[in-house]
Design a protein around this ligand. Structure first.
Ligand SMILES: Nc1ncnc2c1ncn2[C@@H]1O[C@H](COP(=O)(O)OP(=O)(O)O)[C@@H](O)[C@H]1O
Ligand SMILES: [Mg+2]
Length: 380
């Protein structure tokens, strides 16, 4: 993705800075200085380690430097764990005013029972601190684990929490919605028009992929081939887009399964909904489409997946969140969003020589073939 040169910047900035006088933005030493200076943390008391999942895996992020920070927090010196997020991709940085609005919206979500990590304000009250051109946020570390494959109960948990989040966002006061309007999101891709991206993928990138002999050719060629079969669904998106204004709302914008954590003890309980950095005005069907994809991402037979997606649709309809005819638009909406991102990852691999193992996970998440299958379940 266009931010992906920062994929390298991330790795680079996390490297030790022993020989430099000023610590490199994103490094442990730099993060420690930022936390001490801006969050009033006692010198030498912060304990940092790179953020990893419970199983020790690297978090799914290609633009941020993420640290687990333990800090003395209570009166009696007990410690609490936080996540420090440094936005290392200049293109992904959003105006400081945005972060104030994001925090207000997240507080409303939290009040209405959605488990979100509301940022801890810095000493000067701001939700984000800009230091050396990097935006820094400190938020409570929420408990729980992300799951690669979900049980039906976990998918039901995502559907229920995701739909609650959607109704909170649909019910936000008009003043807050209007305040967010001036802050669109940079799509972080070279070509954001899906039609142009699709033609480029099929006409130019697919032959490059097919001729490539290493494992990356084998990774990207099938994904590009799948794009050929997207046309009918994307045509449906075009037909519906004239009516898009009806569905304009505040959207999370990135409500995929990696942004849900599950309780360790009650595994069907969602313990966290993460990453509100793409919050914007947009098509609310995009959030619902991500939830539908997760409902389909359950381990089991086609019948199990069918039950899970049908349950999601019923719940969304009875909550008044999906209107007549809208179920058919979910995957087309998600595909129109995903195609430019998939094509940009293909450019990273084939042209920019950015070969990041995370692409495998992103390509699975954004797979046009999976979206086509989910569409069949949703409309079958
Ligand atoms: N507050 C938090 N509590 C627990 N885990 C978190 C928290 N914030 C981030 N993470 C973990 O880090 C990953 C990446 O964080 P995210 O905010 O999504 O970064 P990015 O904007 O780079 O995608 C998440 O998917 C999650 O696994
Ligand atoms: Mg994220």
């Amino acid at each position: 993705m266009a931010g992906s040169e920062l994929g390298h910047a991330t790795a680079e900035s996390l490297r030790n800075t022993d020989f430099d006088e000023t610590p490199r933005p994103g490094s442990a030493e730099w993060v420690t200085q930022v936390v001490e200076a801006h969050w009033g943390v006692t010198l030498g008391s912060a304990v940092l380690r790179p953020l990893a999942s419970a199983s020790g895996e690297r978090p799914l992020s290609h633009t941020s430097g993420l640290w687990r920070v333990s800090l003395p927090w209570g009166r009696d010196g007990e410690r609490a764990a936080f996540v420090f997020k440094a936005q290392l991709n200049a293109a992904a940085i959003r105006p400081l005013e945005f972060h104030g609005l994001k925090r207000r919206i997240m507080k409303i979500c939290a009040e209405q029972g959605v488990p979100v990590a509301v940022a801890v304000p810095a000493v000067d009250g701001s939700p984000v601190v800009r230091r050396d051109g990097v935006d820094c946020e400190l938020a409570p570390l929420l408990p729980g684990t992300a799951r690669r494959t979900l049980t039906s109960a976990q998918a039901a948990g995502v559907a229920s929490t995701g739909l609650t989040l959607r109704s909170v966002l649909d019910g936000l006061p008009d003043s807050l919605v209007q305040a967010l309007e001036p802050y669109p999101v940079d799509p972080l891709v070279e070509e954001e028009r899906w039609q142009v991206a699709l033609d480029d993928a099929l006409g130019r990138l697919l032959p490059l992929a097919v001729h490539r002999t290493d494992e990356w050719g084998r990774v990207i060629a099938p994904v590009l081939r799948q794009l050929e079969h997207c046309k009918p669904l994307l045509d449906r998106f075009v037909a519906a887009d004239g009516d898009a204004a009806r569905n304009t709302s505040v959207v999370h914008g990135d409500l995929h399964r990696h942004h849900f954590l599950f309780d360790e003890l009650r595994e069907d309980r969602v313990s966290a909904v993460l990453d509100f950095d793409n919050l914007r005005l947009g098509n609310r069907l995009l959030d619902l489409a991500w939830i539908a994809r997760t409902a389909d991402h359950v381990a089991g037979t086609r019948a199990v997946r069918q039950r899970s997606t049908t349950a999601f649709v019923k719940a969304a309809e009875s909550a008044g969140l999906l209107g007549p005819g809208e179920t058919r638009l979910l995957m087309p909406t998600l595909m129109a969003y995903a195609v430019p991102v998939v094509v940009d990852i293909a450019k990273d691999i084939l042209e920019r020589d950015i070969l990041d193992d995370l692409w495998i996970e992103y390509l699975d998440l954004l797979s046009p073939a999976h979206m086509t299958e989910t569409h069949a379940l949703l409309t079958g």
